[in-house]
Design a protein around this ligand. Structure first.
Ligand SMILES: C[S@@+](CC[C@H](N)C(=O)[O-])C[C@H]1O[C@@H](n2cnc3c(N)ncnc32)[C@H](O)[C@@H]1O
Length: 229
């Protein structure tokens, strides 16, 4: 998606499965508290397929990443969901690994046999054999749907998986435009946690097509870099 997609992207809470959460890695997140189960996962994907059928652009994130690093680059799609961004990055020629803690979304993602997907919690991520990504991308409100109090650990873990010079890219809605169940995240706080993870601020925009950032706007897309890694 190229603008602020969140208003259309998320559905009202309570519309999907009320079954008990399945086994999943890590502590419950704001996402897993809101939706879980195969039916909810399929409905979430269908929501995007419907948007695409209506002409929505679902691939602004993948194009943005490709402007930072040319294919083939190693890209970590952190909180990949059903693989919307990861699969497009693969199609663009990148070497992509998608990670998510929702097993039902990940099962859908794995229908794309050309992209690798791993079930894991981002706050404890340790991909022992794959430490060096050129980009880690947190797309589609992963940040406000983390478990409360885990953003610092998540950024530390993602920073630990970047190659020297690698980028961390995160797009999320700001207060006033948050989807149901998501937590407000102040971009300044995000920057502080990123700096604590050893990452340098590069740029902030208000959309995936690089519209200028507006502090009172509804979306923040932030780029950091592992400069001295
Ligand atoms: C709004 S969805 C976005 C999915 C995907 N990035 C996209 O844009 O289509 C948020 C995703 O973040 C994942 N998530 C939230 N906290 C997580 C964590 N601690 N570890 C792994 N995934 C997490 C959820 O499971 C969910 O798939």
């Amino acid at each position: 998606m190229s603008g602020n997609p969140q208003a259309r992207r998320e559905r009202p809470s309570g519309m999907w499965s009320t079954a008990p959460p399945p086994n999943r890695p890590g502590p419950p997140t704001r996402w897993s508290r809101r939706q879980h189960g195969p039916e909810a996962a399929r409905a979430y994907r269908q929501h995007f397929l419907d948007l695409a059928a209506d002409g929505a652009d679902l691939h602004g994130e993948a194009r943005f990443v490709t402007t930072l690093v040319p294919p083939p680059s190693r890209v970590l799609d952190a909180g990949c969901g059903y693989g919307r961004v990861a699969s497009e990055l693969t199609r663009l020629g990148h070497d992509v690994l998608g990670v998510d803690a929702d097993p039902d979304l990940l099962a859908l993602a794995r229908e794309d046999a050309d992209t690798r997907f791993v079930l894991a919690d981002l706050s404890t991520l340790d991909l022992r054999t794959e430490q060096e990504f050129h980009v880690a991308v947190l797309a589609g409100n992963v940040v406000p749907y983390l478990a409360d109090g885990t953003l610092a650990q998540v950024l530390e873990r993602l920073g630990a998986h970047l190659a020297p010079g690698g980028y961390l890219v995160a797009g999320f809605a700001l207060p006033g435009a948050l989807p149901p169940g998501a937590a407000p995240v102040d971009p300044g706080d995000y920057d502080r946690w990123a700096r604590a993870a050893g990452l340098s601020f590069i740029a902030r925009y208000s959309s995936w097509d690089r519209a200028p950032f507006a502090p009172d706007g509804d979306y923040a897309l932030t780029v950091h870099r592992l400069v001295n890694g």
